[in-house]
Design a protein around this ligand. Structure first.
Ligand SMILES: Cc1cc2nc3c(=O)[nH]c(=O)nc-3n(C[C@H](O)[C@H](O)[C@H](O)COP(=O)(O)OP(=O)(O)OC[C@H]3O[C@@H](n4cnc5c(N)ncnc54)[C@H](O)[C@@H]3O)c2cc1C
Length: 473
């Protein structure tokens, strides 16, 4: 894994080489191809899946056609304010605005031009979002989203080379990337020449050494992202002298069903459910956000918690394949009384009853929540009850290479590299420096929007380079 100074010309050359075939890489490939570039996506796996296929596949976007059809008034500035609010203002405000502005057009583009069958998620707001703006494919799974993107890439005639792990970037003295070296599954090494490079190989969730350095609080937590995301973009960037930012930022999740490994939709909490530990006691303000809840849960005995809700709160969750899967496998316990639920979950009944009673008093404003959550306006839980055992997990890292408004990677001096781009988990996100700034959907938001911006800009850089080399002949 290195930056090399190799000068021999590779046998073949493309305009734009893209490292990684997840949502970012595929959006970049679609945009670059549309702009007339020849494109090659290099993907280490036999089949491109990435964290994108593991995700719930929901992408927030403002001002989309789907929102307008539902009469929802939303715009880029409102969305940018929500992003900045969740990140407590501690992110790059100009980038947050740029990405929010690109979100609606990107979803419309994927839907109308590339046939992705998006639907708007209705019925509840994700924490921190002031409008209904989550867009997902019909079953709300990342696999379905990734398959739809791969199908679009196939229709666009994009070449995806699988089992091709990029190992080296060849850079000249100006920091211009001239070729990529990659390794095939049988160990063979090959090279491809390129006029522009897009790093779409996500962050470092799969690299324990980088996690220990940058996010020590999540060392030992289960990682539910793609194992092949081992921080290659960060390693290359640091060697090249790129600027990095917010390396302590990440998307955690405080309710991954055990042992099913599926995230429970957060509406179970925001609509009035709560979490208890093995002692039947609440331990945090669960409604702050699912990302920051991960560390709270793994700090509990057995690194586990129990999500307590009822059939009323369950209704919107039934639209989610992940929830239905856990339900079908018996992971969601169903009970007519709290006593029965306590028995099924192995919780002390007296403590669970006391907690439920106290929460009901908080709902009616009779007592404040010691953890600071406002339960007012939520209905008391009523039979039939539901409960599920969960743990806290790391989903993906949010810090990375600093990029400009066209997704060009920046040097530590602030100037852009001539032909290097990054998006998705490879680039710095808009979630601030830590665990608490992640607004739902920030991951696929930057994967799709920065991917599209990078693809268009990289195609323009490649076209200019091609024109220069033709003029030189
Ligand atoms: C369980 C879960 C649920 C989630 N739910 C959501 C959600 O609902 N909404 C949301 O916005 N985000 C969600 N996320 C986060 C989201 O999945 C990511 O932010 C997003 O998929 C990142 O896209 P990407 O293209 O940057 O990376 P990926 O999709 O991970 O793609 C990166 C690709 O690069 C490849 N690669 C890595 N290194 C190399 C190399 N050296 N050479 C060649 N290929 C390489 C990998 O194999 C991989 O295929 C979730 C994540 C998880 C784990």
């Amino acid at each position: 894994m290195a930056i090399t100074r190799e000068t021999t010309k590779p046998e073949f050359e493309v305009d734009v080489a893209i490292v990684g075939g997840g949502a970012c890489g595929l959006c970049a490939a679609l945009a670059a191809t549309e702009a007339g570039a020849s494109v090659l996506v290099l993907e280490r796996d036999r089949r491109p899946t990435g964290s994108t296929a593991l995700s719930t596949g929901l992408i927030p976007a403002a001002g989309t056609r789907l929102q307008r059809d539902e009469g929802i008034e939303d715009d880029a500035e409102t969305f940018a304010q929500d992003i900045l609010g969740k990140a407590k203002g501690r992110t790059d405000a100009a980038m947050a605005r740029r990405i929010a502005a690109g979100s609606g057009p990107t979803i419309d583009w994927l839907q109308q031009r590339h046939g992705l069958a998006f639907r708007l998620v209705k019925g509840f707001l994700y924490p921190g979002h002031s409008r209904l703006r989550m867009h997902g494919v019909p079953n709300r799974t990342g696999t379905e989203l990734q398959d739809a993107l791969l199908a679009a890439a196939g229709r666009a005639g994009i070449d995806i080379l699988t089992e091709a792990r990029v190992a080296d970037l060849n850079a000249d003295a100006d920091g211009r990337i001239t070729a990529l070296g990659f390794e095939r599954s049988d160990g063979r090494r090959e090279r491809v020449g390129t006029r522009a490079v897009i790093l779409a190989c996500n962050g470092f969730g799969g690299a324990p050494d980088l996690l220990a350095r940058h996010i020590p609080e999540m060392v030992g937590a289960e990682y539910f992202g793609h194992a092949g995301n081992t921080g290659d973009a960060l390693i290359w960037g640091e060697e090249l002298g790129a600027a990095t930012a917010d390396l302590g930022a990440y998307q955690g999740h405080g309710a991954v069903a055990v042992p099913y490994g599926r995230p429970m939709v957060w509406a179970l909490i925001t609509e009035g459910g709560f979490q208890v530990n093995r002692a039947g006691e609440r331990f945090s303000n669960e409604a702050s956000g699912y990302s920051e809840q991960a560390v709270e849960v793994i700090a509990q005995p057995g690194r586990e918690a129990f999500e307590i809700f009822d059939s009323l709160r369950e209704a919107p969750a039934l639209d989610f394949a992940d929830y239905r899967e856990v339900l079908g496998l018996g992971g969601v316990k169903q009970a007519g009384t709290l006593a029965e639920l306590a028995g099924l979950l192995g919780l002390p009944l007296a403590a669970l009853e006391r907690t439920a009673r106290e929460v009901d008093e908080m709902r009616s404003g009779l007592r404040p929540d010691p953890w600071g959550r406002d339960f007012r306006g939520t209905a008391p839980l009523a039979p039939p009850y539901r409960g599920v055992r969960v743990t806290g997990a790391l989903f993906h890292t949010q810090g990375g290479l600093a990029v400009d408004a066209d997704a060009r990677v920046l040097r530590s001096t602030g100037a852009a590299f001539p032909n290097l781009f990054a998006g998705g988990g490879a680039a710095r996100g808009v979630s601030g420096p830590s665990r608490w700034g992640y607004l739902s959907g920030n991951g696929l938001l930057t994967a799709t929007v920065l991917g599209r911006l990078a693809g268009s800009a990289a195609a323009a850089v490649a076209a200019a380079a091609r024109a220069r080399s033709t003029a030189d002949v």
